[in-house]
Every structure is written in structure tokens, then in C-alpha cells.
Write a protein that binds this ligand. Structure first.
Ligand code: ADP
Length: 381
């Protein structure tokens, strides 16, 4: 079966030679799983391109793990199909589906060495002798565990154990690797390091990765595309850039990164700019083609880093401007965070902490400014 390119997959660069259509590796059709009255997965359809790194991202209880477990074959769906390379896998037990899995409940074998753990999936598949050794060594190299191959799992750090789990999932060259919160047990610094390692591993191998996470930064760091889930349904699918800069709904804008929301009356459009009336004030917004047609109300999502914090008498040029008073402020290394009470509501601004950046104190009067194209209209859901 041939399938078309999943929506939102970035096209190959024109410099990359002849255009090669990405193949759909994994296709999910109308997948449904109910637990009593709760639909953990609600008629979910999704195409995952071959070689893609796709993350399922959503709050706790949004159905991420259930989807991954259904793909892997550990959860029996109530309806729908899962196709691997066009072939339905729904009737197959997990071991016959051929996925590499890194699941929380799929711990390392404590009585086997690192090498033994990594060799296990190959032995299951009847691979022995020199071929076994060659592939195990290659997997050990891939995750940089050469010095630890003879150790037992309990003699490894959390990060090293996760690398063994990853090598064990990759050693038999699966077409698709399923990862369920692979880094969640690690501390923040190690997690950040392993995110980049996992991403570079993915780039070298070209294997399809489907990753579950509730950590928005992790999803943005590693993924080609992110699926934002809520109550077992897809809210939006896109590249990290597209989801962050053009969220379709309040939920997506709020879940991925921080956002201020300005709600008002949709007024006249002139020169490509909509005026949004909020308590007698007018906020200008440059309309994009992709934005939803408005009704009488307009909801603008405004990222905190699009706001400048200025002296109250500063000129702002062709920008929106609102005066306010600082409620709280903080220095967080790269940025100053200001929370400012304004007639438009309480707004959060993130400004660079270097150069001319000034941290203003609570009670100080300021003006906030942002460009007309600084926000994005979102649906109120
Ligand atoms: P997530 O991984 O996004 O946190 P889950 O897939 O674990 O979400 O759960 C989705 C929904 O299904 C939740 O409401 C959860 O309570 C419910 N659920 C998941 N597994 C079971 C189960 N074995 N029995 C009953 N309800 C379940």
C-alpha cells in the first residue's frame, strides 16, 4: 500500500537532489479505547512518516500511554486499525509486531550484564555467534557504553541504564521504536543531555521514533513533529515551530510554552490589521492567512517574549502599547520575567537579561509594547 506524506512533514530541501517522498511507516486509523465511560483514545487517526521523530504530548490522562501501548500490542483497542508499512498489526502479539520498545515497566534484566541485556532480543530472534557479537558491539558503541558492557544494571547510573534500554530496543534494527517517557526518571541536567543524544542517535539511524512525553521542552527539543493530545483526541499536529508560533487553540497555546491571552471584540480590519476592542482600548493585530475567521469576539495569544518592558514615557513607534505597574519580577539567568498589571489584564513579559535589559521592581510604572504581528488569534477551546 502506498500512502501520501503526513500533514505537516517538512518537505525535503530543494538542494537535496531528487525529491524522495517520505513513506508512511505507521498509520493509525480511528483508534478507540474505552475504560468504562472514559474514552482513553477517541477515534484517533495519525500517519507517521518513515524516519520521523514524533512525540505524543499532553497532560496527564490525555491518552498518550494508552496509544503507545495499543501500538505496541499491550492494550487491546475497542476499534480502529494500526498499520505498519501498510500491514495491519492489530491481531499480532507484541513480540510479533517487531517494534523496539523503551517502556517504564520494561526494566532491564537485573541478573544479566549490559551485554547480556542488549543481546537478549537478538537471541530471541535466533541470532547467534559472530553476527550476534557484531550487532551487540555496534549497539553498545551507539550509546557509548563500551566501558560498561560487563557491568550489571545495578552498577549503572539511571542515565546509563536508560542507554542500555535504548540499545536493547535498537539492536535488532526495528523499523519503529516506541519510547514511553524514556527520560522522566532522570534529573533535569542529565535529561537535557540525553535529549540531545537521543536526537543525534535518531538522526544517524534514520529509524522512526514515536515518543510519549508530558514535558513540552523535551518534545520540542527532540521531535520533527508533535501531536498535542487532550482527552484522547488530537488537538493539533505540527512541527515544534508551527505549534509554538501558530497554535490553533487556547489549549495548545497554553500547554506548549507560556502565553498571555487578550480577549475582546473583533472590530474593523484595515491595512491587514484587525482592531480588537478590550474595555475601550484598541489592540491592533496583523492578520495571517492561516488564522480562523472571527466571530464577534477575538482571542489573541501573545507569547511573553514578544513583549518589551519600557519606561512609561518611552516611544513605541508602530506597535501596541499599554501602561501598567509591575506586580512581580525575577531574574532567571537568560531572561527577566515581569508580571505587569495593565488595563488589558495581568500580562507576563520575558525580556533578555543581558545588554540593555533592566529588571524593574514591583510597584514600578512601565509601558509594555509588542508588534502588530506579535500575537496569534486562537480558538477559545
Ligand atoms: P497519559 O499517558 O496521557 O497520562 P493514559 O493513557 O495513561 O494517559 O490514560 C488515559 C485515560 O485512560 C485516563 O483517564 C486514565 O485514567 C484511563 N486509563 C488508562 N489506563 C486505564 C486502565 N487500565 N483502567 C482504567 N482506566 C485507565
Amino acid at each position: 500500500m502506498t500512502s501520501s506524506v503526513p500533514e505537516g512533514t517538512s518537505p525535503p530541501s530543494p538542494m537535496a537532489g531528487p525529491r524522495i517522498e517520505p513513506r508512511v511507516a505507521l498509520s493509525i486509523r480511528e483508534l478507540t479505547k474505552r475504560y468504562g465511560s472514559v474514552a482513553a483514545i477517541d477515534r484517533l487517526s495519525l500517519d507517521i512518516a518513515s524516519g520521523e521523530f514524533l512525540s505524543l504530548l499532553g497532560p496527564s490522562g490525555s491518552g498518550k500511554s494508552t496509544i503507545l501501548m495499543a501500538i505496541a500490542g499491550f492494550v487491546d483497542p475497542d476499534g480502529g486499525d494500526i498499520l505498519l508499512d501498510g500491514q495491519p498489526v492489530g491481531g499480532l502479539p507484541p513480540e510479533k509486531r517487531g517494534f523496539g520498545v523503551v517502556f517504564q515497566g520494561y526494566a532491564l534484566f537485573p541478573h544479566m550484564t549490559v551485554r547480556g541485556n542488549i543481546a537478549y532480543p537478538l537471541k530471541l530472534r535466533g541470532i547467534r555467534g559472530a553476527e550476534l557479537d557484531r550487532r551487540v558491539e555496534r549497539a553498545i558503541d551507539l550509546v557509548h557504553l563500551q566501558a560498561f558492557a560487563g557491568r550489571m544494571p545495578r552498577q549503572l547510573s539511571g542515565g546509563q541504564q536508560q542507554r542500555v534500554a535504548l540499545a536493547r530496543a535498537l539492536v535488532f534494527d526495528p523499523a519503529v521504536v516506541l519510547l514511553d517517557e524514556p527520560l522522566s526518571a532522570l534529573d533535569k541536567k542529565l535529561r537535557a543531555e540525553l535529549q540531545f543524544e537521543l536526537k543525534s542517535l535518531h538522526q544517524r539511524l534514520g529509524t522512526t521514533f514515536v515518543n510519549v512525553t508530558h514535558d513540552q521542552e523535551e518534545a520540542m527539543t527532540m521531535s520533527d513533529r508533535i501531536v498535542i493530545l487532550r482527552d484522547g483526541r488530537v488537538q493539533q499536529i505540527g512541527t515544534p515551530d508551527a505549534l509554538y508560533n501558530t497554535p490553533a487553540t487556547r489549549f495548545v497555546a497554553d500547554f506548549l510554552g507560556r502565553a498571555n491571552f487578550l480577549e475582546g471584540e473583533a472590530g474593523p480590519v484595515s491595512g491587514g490589521c484587525l482592531t480588537i476592542g478590550i474595555d475601550g482600548a484598541g489592540v491592533r493585530h496583523r492578520l495571517r492567512d492561516s488564522e480562523p475567521r472571527m466571530g464577534r469576539t477575538a482571542l489573541l495569544a501573545l507569547r511573553p517574549e514578544r513583549l518589551s518592558v519600557l519606561a512609561p514615557d518611552a516611544a513605541v513607534g508602530d506597535r501596541n502599547r499599554v501602561e501598567g505597574r509591575v506586580v512581580t519580577s525575577a531574574f532567571v539567568g537568560s531572561q527577566h520575567i515581569h508580571v505587569v498589571e495593565t488595563p488589558l489584564g495581568v500580562l507576563e513579559a520575558h525580556t533578555p537579561a543581558f545588554g540593555a535589559g533592566v529588571l524593574r521592581k514591583p510597584g514600578e510604572a512601565v509601558a509594555l509594547a509588542w508588534p502588530w504581528d506579535g500575537g496569534v488569534l486562537v480558538e477559545d477551546r
